[in-house]
Design a protein around this ligand. Structure first.
Ligand code: DQA
Length: 147
């Protein structure tokens, strides 16, 4: 089974962007550790980033038939995008929402997530480790689906 790992706008700047909030790891480092963890769990990882809402929607729509689950850090679109929410709902796959920072400890406008309405589970505040925890959760969810 292949997991689609999606990253929203500005996450291509990880490592240089507000390191006090988002950490020093670059997106390529996170991708590498996700691929390793996925392999250990018997999964394949399809890792993507886009600054464009519509491109993320297209990828989610395509995943419906080709992927077993979606891990998504929607970044700023978390707080604005009904389009991502609708696409994730339509996909009908397990969805784990990940945020590097603890969005509940930050600006008020970051406390609300449209995406959470379509999420099986949400992980925030644990930095890059959150992506690995999300993959662990996907492996467990897929296993219970089989039983
Ligand atoms: C983020 C939190 C969002 O509020 C922010 O817009 C991001 C990153 C996180 O990973 O902590 O770009 O999703």
């Amino acid at each position: 089974p292949t997991v689609l790992i999606l990253n929203g706008p500005n996450l291509n700047l990880l490592g240089e962007r507000e390191p006090a909030i988002y950490g020093r790891a670059k997106l390529a480092d996170i991708e590498k550790s996700c691929r390793k963890r996925a392999k250990e769990l018997g999964l394949a990882a399809d890792f993507k980033q886009s600054n464009h809402e519509g491109e993320l929607v297209d990828w989610i729509q395509a995943a419906r038939l080709s992927h077993a689950a979606i891990v998504i850090n929607p970044a700023a679109y978390t707080h604005t995008s009904v389009a991502l929410l609708d696409a994730l709902t339509a996909a009908g796959l397990p969805v784990i929402e990940v945020h590097l920072s603890n969005i509940h400890r930050r600006d008020r406008f970051r406390h609300h997530s449209y995406v959470s309405l379509a999420a099986t589970g949400v992980i925030c505040g644990l930095g890059a480790q959150g992506y690995l925890l999300a993959l662990d959760a996907v492996a467990t969810l897929l296993k219970t689906q089989e039983e």
